[in-house]
Every structure is written in structure tokens, then in C-alpha cells.
Design a protein around this ligand. Structure first.
Ligand SMILES: [Zn+2]
Length: 239
């Protein structure tokens, strides 16, 4: 039957576009494609073994997310980090993560709690094993994504998801204190404890405090400082 086959092809195309988008986004978020890297459609298509069309679509979505920018005469490139802009972003994210944690508390069940505790345990293990900032940021992403999904409000997800993506991506490029991952994990625990206590307002407050503290840590950030754990592949532009 022609119609289902056509739908099937559409579905496969959709999945390919989604997978391509996720692959490039994840490479940006873990800094395999650092700020300023050109996003060449033919080159990415070759590396990912896909046609140019899903890559083109992915790059447009990344521009929409704020992870990529369109540079005149150069095409798209991975966004550079603007600390003042990021501080503004964190101000809004602070309130929205509070809202997410409050809503998530109302939906917390045994499975969700096991999932959150699993992430905390994995995070503890990663920090104990001295894993690098990439592992920390990935676990931080998973923690906040789980809370967002648990909150179960699609409007909140639509606003918060790109915001959280941009916040995480920026962390790679900024000065960071060696204590920051440990502090973040302690703050995540406080959020989960408040959720377990069944107190949405307390959970919201713990989440807002966590993001506010990140914002303060960020205010000590120096754009362009090299990450001591990772040799830079290209010089940082002056800012
Ligand atoms: Zn966090």
C-alpha cells in the first residue's frame, strides 16, 4: 500500500534528521566542536555518513537553539560564549528550574526517584574516579533533563530545554573552579531530598539556589581562559 510506505519513509527521514541533530548537538555540548568551529554541511555529512539534507536541517535547529550562529560570509559556526548574555540567561533559567523542580515533586514516583538516585550515584562515582569536566557536565545535563521530563509541562520544556543546552555548552569554555562539580552534586542532592520530602516549594527553592550559585560562579568566570584539563585546539578570540 503506497500511503503507509510513504509514511514509513517519512518516519525514517524524521528519525535520521533527529539522530543527526542529536549527534551534532552532543558534539557541541561535550566540546568536541568548540566555540567558533565552522559547521560545514558537506564535512559533517561526510563524517556522520548521512546526506546533506538532515545536516542542513540540524544546523538550522542548532541556530534556533542558540548553540550555533550564522556568520556572514562564513556560514554557520558553533556560538562563541558571551558571559554577560549567559548571566542574563541564568537569571531566567533560575526561575524556570525552580518551577520544574516544584512540578517534578508533585509527580515523583518510585521509578523516577530510582532514576534520580541512579544519576546521583553515577555522578558521585565519576567525581570519585577523577573523571574530567565532560563527564560532570553530561551527568548534570541528565539530572536536569530528568527533572524537566518529570515536571511534565511541554511549555516549560520548550522554553527550558534550549536554555539548559546553552548553559551547559558554555560551561566548557569558561573558567571553572575545581570545587564546582562537587558543589553542584551536593546541590543536586538537596533538590532530590526536598522532592522526597514531598515539599514542592522547598524543591523549587533548592533548584533556584543551585542555578543562582552557578550564576555567581560564572560571574568569576574569565572568558578565554584555557581549560587546564584540555589543550585548546584553536586560540580563543579576544573579547
Ligand atoms: Zn546542576
Amino acid at each position: 500500500m503506497p500511503v503507509p510506505r510513504a509514511l514509513d519513509r517519512l518516519e525514517q527521514g524524521g528519525q535520521l534528521a533527529e539522530r543527526t541533530y542529536e549527534a551534532i548537538k552532543s558534539a557541541i555540548l561535550v566540546n568536541r566542536l568548540p566555540p567558533g568551529t565552522p559547521l560545514s554541511v558537506p564535512e559533517l555529512a561526510r563524517q556522520l555518513g548521512v546526506s546533506r539534507s538532515p545536516v542542513r536541517e540540524a544546523v538550522q535547529r542548532l541556530i534556533y537553539d542558540g548553540l550555533a550562529t550564522h556568520a556572514p560570509n562564513r556560514g554557520a559556526e558553533v556560538s562563541l560564549v558571551d558571559i554577560d548574555d549567559l548571566r542574563q540567561l541564568y537569571l531566567v533559567r533560575e526561575q524556570l528550574e525552580g518551577l520544574a523542580a516544584g512540578l517534578a515533586t508533585e509527580h515523583l514516583d518510585a521509578d523516577a526517584l530510582a532514576c534520580l538516585r541512579g544519576i546521583l550515584a553515577e555522578h558521585e562515582e565519576a567525581l570519585g574516579a577523577g573523571e574530567d569536566i565532560v563527564a560532570h557536565i553530561e551527568l548534570d545535563r541528565r539530572f536536569h533533563r530528568t527533572i524537566r521530563e518529570l515536571a511534565g509541562n511541554p511549555h516549560l520544556t520548550a522554553v527550558l530545554e534550549p536554555m539548559a543546552g546553552r548553559s551547559h555548552f558554555a560551561l566548557h569554555s569558561l573558567w571553572r573552579s575545581p570545587d564546582a562539580p562537587r558543589l553542584a552534586l551536593d546541590e543536586h542532592r538537596q533538590i532530590v531530598e526536598a522532592m522526597v520530602a514531598g515539599d514542592p516549594e522547598l524543591a523549587a527553592e533548592a533548584a533556584r539556589r543551585h542555578i543562582a550559585r552557578l550564576r555567581v560562579r560564572l560571574s568569576q568566570a574569565k572568558p578565554g581562559s584555557p581549560d587546564p584539563a584540555r589543550p585548546r585546539r584553536r586560540p580563543r578570540p579576544a573579547s
